[in-house]
Design a protein. Structure first.
Length: 127
């Protein structure tokens, strides 16, 4: 027969497992989206053109929006026209949400396995 403290600990571990399962379901919800996503991050670039008479040579850099992503170990850049900026920002943000959800799922699964291992240890008895 199991000790009272083991039974109480098992009860707490079951509650932990239920909580983790709810967290897992919440993280997976993010991936259910149907809209397209774009790998990468949208940001503002500021650079000099190199012409000595240009305002950028005095510190007023040329600014433009770009999408940056990694492909086969190399960083790729795409200049974004203003008419596509909002669209690409939304798709990029959704991609980041999906990647974040994936990381959370991985962490939650590791936690669930650790809880299940503790439950197994507490339930095991010698023959």
């Amino acid at each position: 027969m199991q000790k009272k403290t083991s039974i109480q600990t098992l009860s707490g571990l079951r509650q932990d497992l239920r909580r983790l399962l709810a967290n897992l379901e919440g993280a997976i919800e993010t991936v259910y989206g149907r809209g397209p996503i774009i790998k990468g991050n949208v940001y503002e670039m500021a650079r000099k053109c190199g012409k000595p008479s240009c305002a950028c040579s005095r510190g007023e850099l040329h600014r433009s929006m770009a999408l940056s992503w990694s492909h086969r170990g190399k960083t790729k850049l795409l200049s974004i026209p203003s008419v596509r900026l909002l669209e690409l920002c939304e798709k990029s943000e959704e991609y980041l949400r999906v990647r974040d959800a994936r990381a959370r799922v991985s962490g939650i699964c590791k936690e669930m396995l650790a809880v299940m291992d503790r439950m197994e240890t507490l339930r095991r008895e010698d023959p």
